[in-house]
Design a protein around this ligand. Structure first.
Ligand SMILES: [Zn+2]
Length: 257
């Protein structure tokens, strides 16, 4: 879907709750934000790019975090000459995991699908689902807010730790569009199981920071397009979680006494 003259979002790519991606067309070439979960999702993104910007080179891929649903399509664009940019911690994660990450995902998905009885025992659908996925490392990393200037467009990469410590959000100052990655979930509760209470506090700080931006529309990591009110919703959810967590700590202390 076209959000501005040169900015596109692809919503609900293959994933249990759908994962989003997008791209920005500049005079010099295309910048992609997230790459989908599978090789075929990346080919879908590529198809939209070739339609919207025929003949334009793909200059950059921005990965908003290290999780598979955002990065597993990256090799499709790397093979077409794109440079990949991500948070320094995302690169560290991928370097330490290496190829095991894809194999782990294949195994864990097979296990889950078998438990859910959506796949017969012994059938390796994970390998079909993630076929051709190749892990690629970022060519460039950031660990503070960084402006990427490409073909007259400015893309502001803002570290927004919370869901993961290596999350980044991408803000386009000219069109006031925010690609928030999994820093913002729209219509779903945010996925908090990858961090503890101190990380959730960081997350609220990240969201408070994003609230300062002038925003027309937000492309979340998962869910439908939204506006700033969704930032408030996410903050409220995390604050409530922290409150419950705090109460639990108190209960533990009470029990001990
Ligand atoms: Zn995600």
């Amino acid at each position: 879907m076209r959000l501005a003259d040169n900015v596109y979002a692809l919503l609900d790519l293959a994933h249990p709750i759908g994962v989003n991606a997008g791209f920005v067309v500049t005079d010099e070439g295309v910048v992609i934000i997230d790459t989908g979960w599978t090789h075929s999702s990346a080919l879908t993104i590529l198809g939209f790019i070739e339609t919207a910007a025929p003949g334009k080179p793909i200059k950059w891929v921005i990965l908003t975090e290290h999780h598979s649903d955002h990065i597993f399509g990256a090799s499709v664009f790397k093979a077409r000459g794109a440079q990949i940019i991500a948070h320094r911690l995302a690169k560290e994660f991928l370097e330490s995991k290496g190829k095991d990450y894809v194999e782990e995902m294949i195994k864990s998905r097979n296990k889950l699908w078998q438990e859910m009885a959506t796949m017969p025992q012994g059938y390796d659908f994970g390998r079909t689902f993630f076929q051709k996925v190749e892990l690629v490392l970022p060519d460039r990393t950031i660990d503070e807010t960084t402006d990427l200037h490409v073909g007259g467009e400015e893309l502001r990469l803002i570290p927004t730790p919370g869901h993961l410590l290596d999350c980044i959000s991408v803000y386009l100052p000219r069109t006031k569009i925010l690609f928030a990655g999994d820093t913002i979930y729209s219509g779903y509760p945010p996925t908090t199981r990858f961090g503890d209470a101190s990380q959730w506090r960081e997350w609220i700080k990240s969201l408070e920071g994003l609230k300062e931006l002038e925003i027309e529309v937000i492309v979340p990591g998962h869910g439908l397009l939204c506006d700033k009110s969704e930032i408030e919703q996410n903050i409220r959810y995390l604050a409530k979680l922290l409150e419950e967590e705090g109460n639990e700590d108190e209960r533990v202390i009470e029990n001990r006494e």
